[in-house]
Design a binder for this molecule. Structure first.
Ligand SMILES: [Zn+2]
Length: 102
């Protein structure tokens, strides 16, 4: 998954809002599928509105107006990409730790 490239493709203001949203804990990300080829998640904002995000090597998708209508890499896409990247790092660290025990 090219999550770093997805994040790099986001305009700076949206990237800042994505980071602020994650740090403020006002968004809830629920991962429905976490495979390396396809990631699907729902992002719920502070108003309890759900946005559906899908990331794949060939495409990124979010059904919010900023992405779906305007075609931007929105903050929801970036939040899911960051969350997936973080989960992968945690998983890798667990693998390394279990090898060190053996
Ligand atoms: Zn969006």
């Amino acid at each position: 998954m090219r999550t770093v490239q997805i994040i790099k493709g986001c305009e700076e203001g949206r990237l800042s809002r994505a980071i602020a949203g994650l740090l403020s804990n006002s968004y809830k990300i629920t991962f429905e599928r976490m495979r390396d080829s396809v990631v699907r998640a729902t992002v719920r904002n502070g108003d309890s509105r759900d946005y559906h995000v899908a990331l794949a090597d060939e495409y990124v998708f979010c059904d919010c107006p900023d992405s779906f209508k305007a075609g931007n890499i929105c903050k929801h896409i970036v939040m899911v990409a960051m969350g997936f990247t973080a989960a992968q790092v945690v998983q890798e660290n667990k693998k390394i730790a279990s090898k060190e025990v053996l």
